[in-house]
Write a new protein. Structure first.
Length: 182
């Protein structure tokens, strides 16, 4: 059998859209969104269509107008470099979208999603003077390093049946989540 790499992103992207289906009329999903003329792309860019949108969902409560979401497959590491890469994407998006300062820094958020808890990353963030706060089960807000809000979603810790659609995108999905998803 040939050694093939699992394509995790399409499943995660569909799962995230399905997870936020109640807000479909208020959101636009752009997959593999280019950030420059050369191929610098983010996994998903979610733009709120109105300024006053409030998404009452644990995984998206942090969202503002422009939301960059990066998914890390179970085989990928989630280190401090991936966190800085997310910050770079956020800054690059803010700086290159529209006219000068059209996208305000206070309108951009960043999300990293991974199945397992990145304990080492959280420790490094705290050593740098940042704060990591568990806001909801599986949802950790990071503050104190940059003035744009960021969060880490730990799929395996997410609560509620609604999140089964995100928990199932894993090489450790449990039967109950799969049944809920199907």
């Amino acid at each position: 059998m040939p050694d093939s790499k699992i394509q995790w992103h399409p499943g995660y992207q569909g799962g995230f859209e399905l997870r936020l289906r109640d807000y479909k009329a208020l959101l636009e999903f752009h997959h593999e969104h280019p950030l420059s003329k050369k191929p610098i792309i983010v996994d998903t860019l979610i733009i709120e269509k109105k300024d006053d949108v409030v998404i009452d969902e644990d995984v998206a409560a942090l969202f503002l107008r422009h939301n960059i979401v990066e998914y890390k497959s179970p085989e990928d590491a989630l280190s401090i470099d991936e966190y800085y890469n997310l910050l770079a994407y956020m800054c690059r998006y803010k700086a290159t979208t529209g006219q000068t300062d059209e996208v305000k820094a206070g309108q951009v958020t960043g999300t990293l999603i991974r199945d397992g808890k990145p304990v080492k990353l959280f420790k490094e963030i705290e050593q740098l003077g940042g704060q990591v706060e568990q806001k909801f089960p599986g949802v950790y807000y990071i503050s104190g390093l940059i003035h744009m809000p960021t969060q880490v979603i730990v799929q395996s810790e997410l609560a509620t049946e609604k999140n089964a659609v995100l928990r199932v995108i894993s090489n450790r999905a449990n039967e109950e989540d799969v049944r809920v998803f199907i």
